[in-house]
Design a protein around this ligand. Structure first.
Ligand code: FMN
Length: 325
């Protein structure tokens, strides 16, 4: 139990990353029930759809969870509905809206802000964030340009008393141990949790994750041609998505002018809303290299913690030798 756990009311400092529009209700319930913080994305979903998800989640767990919003784009009606729901926390990515942070605090809801560099971390702290997620560019989905190994300690150095959660590239307990050694109080995992039976994405996507290597998870070039626009100011170079390579990611890289935004954008949106989209843009991070099985979420959480303890114990054994040198 550390400050992050006490703040969020959780037993383990482990966050299930939000997955935008993909339905993750069962997975979020499993992670919250295992002692971590489950999350739900909200992207491109209507308020009635979201309310149905929230009702279902609350029927499956009475533990804390977070609801995520982003500035790509921010949907004000979904945000207002989230304030009415009063989850333990709102997590936010791609924009640092100080006015919304105040609104969340006025309702007693904590604010978890994702940042991709130190400038953003400083702005997020000034705006009143309760937790920072330092997300490295290894991450699946939209991410910045600094690696997790550099970003986490740099954000810890400016965060003062605000807890930092490490995200991006953490695929097993050794990564969890590394994040804790860098000064993070917790971890947020996305890609690793996609390969669980509770996650509703297509089996083909999960099997690709198990089979893929890190180099298959590419930073998608010219994604603005097919993804919704940002409607909040961004800090520095805007985030860009990382996904498994597909015909679409290849076309965007090779010859972006040939990808017609008017045709591909709406098609992609329709696919994703129907639970698909993995044929075109399967958001996934470099930690695929470390994912070798599809495993139930509760088992995965326990495994991550055992592996983390083993890794920290093994690293600790090196210390006497170092001190003797
Ligand atoms: C399929 C997918 C969808 C994502 N959608 C969102 C989102 O809507 N909002 C958000 O803040 N982050 C989103 N992310 C990023 C994750 O929150 C998280 O930072 C990332 O997955 C952590 O890195 P990892 O994939 O290496 O574990 C998404 C990631 C994936 C893989």
């Amino acid at each position: 139990m550390n400050q992050l756990c006490s703040l969020l009311g959780i037993d383990l400092p482990l966050v299930l990353a939000p997955f935008g529009p993909w339905d993750q209700v069962r997975l979020a319930a499993a992670v919250s029930n295992a002692g971590g913080l489950g999350s739900l994305g909200t992207a491109v979903r209507s308020v009635p759809e979201l309310r149905k998800q929230w009702e279902l989640l609350r029927s499956q767990t009475d533990r804390p969870f977070a609801v995520n919003h982003t500035g790509r784009p921010l949907d004000r009606s979904a945000f207002d509905a989230t304030l009415d729901l009063r989850p333990a926390a709102i997590s936010f990515h791609m924009g640092i809206p100080a006015d919304l942070i105040q609104e969340a605090h006025d309702r007693g809801v904590l604010w978890i802000q994702t940042v991709g560099d130190v400038d953003a971390a400083e702005i997020a702290l000034e705006a009143g964030s309760d937790v920072l997620v330092a997300q490295g560019d290894e991450a699946g989905g939209n991410a910045g340009w600094v690696s997790t190994l550099v970003l986490v300690p740099a954000v810890v150095d400016v965060a003062g008393g605000t807890p930092v959660v490490a995200a991006g590239g953490i695929g097993d307990g050794r990564g969890v141990a590394a994040a804790l050694a860098l000064g993070a109080q917790g971890v947020s995992l996305g890609t690793r949790f996609l390969a669980t039976p509770e996650m509703t994405v297509d089996q083909a996507w999960k099997h690709r994750i198990v089979a893929a290597h890190a180099r298959d998870a590419v930073k998608v070039r010219h994604a603005e041609r097919v993804l919704p626009p940002f409607n909040l100011p961004q800090v520095g170079t805007p985030f860009a998505p990382r996904a498994l390579r597909t015909d679409l990611t290849d076309a965007l890289e090779r010859d972006p002018e040939q990808v017609d935004p008017a045709a591909v954008g709406p098609r992609l949106l329709a696919e994703i809303r129907a639970g698909g989209g993995h044929e075109d843009l399967p958001f996934t991070g470099q930690s695929v290299e470390l994912v070798h099985d599809i495993v139930p979420a509760a088992e995965l959480v326990a495994r991550l913690w055992h592996e983390c303890a083993d890794a920290l114990a093994a690293a600790g054994k090196l210390l006497p030798q170092v001190r003797e040198d």
